[in-house]
Design a protein around this ligand. Structure first.
Ligand SMILES: [Zn+2]
Ligand SMILES: [Zn+2]
Length: 430
């Protein structure tokens, strides 16, 4: 079944097979061949005659094992997606309702750091085209262990419009399930329209689920919320949409960020943050969050919520942004900074995964696009390529690798609850 075609040279030849029947080898030595790659590919495609059709277009690189192919297709079909052959990708991406394009690249592609972009060249152009032709209404998933954990491959794929890069079947199942739920509620006379792609939904809940899943990495500026029609800035859009999650009724922008009821010990309000550097002892890599809106990689972390300690805030942010439970093992920094209108406290913790076998996050949502394990060397390159949201991960990874001291968790003063009570989204978190 699997052809013996090498994909490791610069002028690579990539074979993509579909399902169990077809295979084709196409030279991809330059960009002009992308249409050849694109044109002749048979692939599975599914369609239902109803408005809630759930369609799966499935590609598999030759490196993808038969068992993986079967598992991927089965994951979709179990949720009600069906697959049939169609002659071209364009045809698939112009279908309405829930169309999912699933590309499996096997485990090897992306393993060689920095050559990933060359390896991926034959895939990136078709992804761009699918996204463009479908007006972002197609959900594009790239599956493969190599590309998922390679920060450069992951960034390259998502920046071309791939919605999700994953090596985790459970995360894939959850994404396809959410796409299907949205499709079930798609209507023709919409009260709610997604301002990114034009898909419409009967219920606010469906739009609230749809936007972060499909568009959390979108750079396009959106000024108007489809739910409440308020103006929202680009950066805060995913957070704004999320503010509707527990309140589907239209409301004024800002309600979600109204001040907490508590009174501080001091009159001056404060904002406190917890950042977490998660290190894997086995290989010394660091787990970084891929921030939304193409902001780059960063350390997991954020505002400490009401009722949380700094430690609890850090643990929660790690779970939300990179999807793993962590144990805080030390303090890298604790900064107390009085600003003109408020006090700012920032803690930087060192942490390890509580369960080293737990998969890191690959399901996009309003918190992040996903996550990746990154070495110090890769961090340096990411920094040079301007693919870090801020320099903190490089700073602290370097600090740690140089063997500089880490404070014991026991020296952390008992601040009590240091939740944020000012909205400082306008500030640069750097
Ligand atoms: Zn949309
Ligand atoms: Zn809104």
């Amino acid at each position: 079944m699997t052809n013996q075609v090498s994909n490791n040279t610069e002028s690579s030849s990539v074979t993509v097979t579909t399902g169990h029947r077809h295979s084709r080898s196409v030279s991809t030595s330059n960009s002009s061949s992308s249409s050849a790659y694109h044109h002749g590919f048979p692939f599975f495609f599914s369609s239902r005659p109803s408005s809630s059709a759930m369609q799966l277009v499935f590609f598999a690189h030759e490196d993808t094992s038969e068992s993986t192919r079967a598992a991927l297709v089965q994951t979709a079909t179990q949720l009600g997606y069906t697959t049939v052959d169609v002659p071209s990708l364009e045809q698939a991406s112009s279908q309405r309702a829930a169309t999912v394009v699933l590309l499996s690249l096997g485990d090897k592609m992306g393993r060689t750091v920095l050559s990933a972009q060359d390896q991926l060249a034959p895939v990136l152009e078709p992804i761009k085209r699918i996204v463009k032709n479908s007006k972002k209404q197609t959900f594009v998933v790239v599956h493969g262990a190599g590309v998922t954990q390679d920060p450069f491959a992951r960034m390259g794929l998502t920046n071309c419009g791939a919605n999700m890069v994953t090596d985790n079947l459970e995360a894939l199942r959850e994404a396809l399930s959410q796409v299907a739920q949205g499709a079930a509620q798609v209507c023709t006379m919409p009260p709610l329209v997604c301002s990114y792609c034009g898909l419409c939904f009967d219920k606010a809940e469906a739009l609230v689920n749809h936007v972060p899943l499909y568009h959390v990495n979108d750079n396009d500026r959106r000024d108007t919320c489809g739910i409440c029609n308020d103006n929202v800035r680009q950066k805060s859009w995913p957070r704004h949409i999320h503010s509707h999650k527990h309140n589907d009724m239209p409301r004024k922008h800002g309600d979600a960020r109204k001040k907490h009821h508590h009174v501080q010990k001091e009159d001056m309000p404060f904002a406190s943050f917890a950042l977490v550097l998660i290190r894997r002892p086995s290989d010394g890599k660091f787990l970084l969050v891929q921030e939304f809106s193409n902001e780059g990689y960063w350390m997991p972390g954020g505002h400490v919520d009401q009722g949380e300690t700094l430690q609890q805030g850090g643990i929660r942010e790690a779970l939300e942004e990179v999807g793993v439970h962590v144990t805080l093992t030390g303090i890298l920094s604790l900064e107390y900074m009085p600003l003109p209108t408020y006090l700012r406290i920032t803690a930087v913790f060192l942490a390890e995964m509580t369960d080293p076998s737990e998969p890191n996050k690959t399901l996009p949502d309003f918190e992040s696009v996903g996550s990746a394990w990154v070495s110090l060397e890769e961090l340096k390159v990411l920094n040079k390529m301007n693919l870090l949201r801020g320099k903190e991960p490089l700073k602290w990874a370097t600090y740690l690798t140089e063997g500089k001291p880490v404070g014991s968790m026991e020296i952390l003063p008992d601040f009590g609850y240091l939740y944020t009570d000012v909205d400082d989204d306008d500030d640069d978190d750097d």
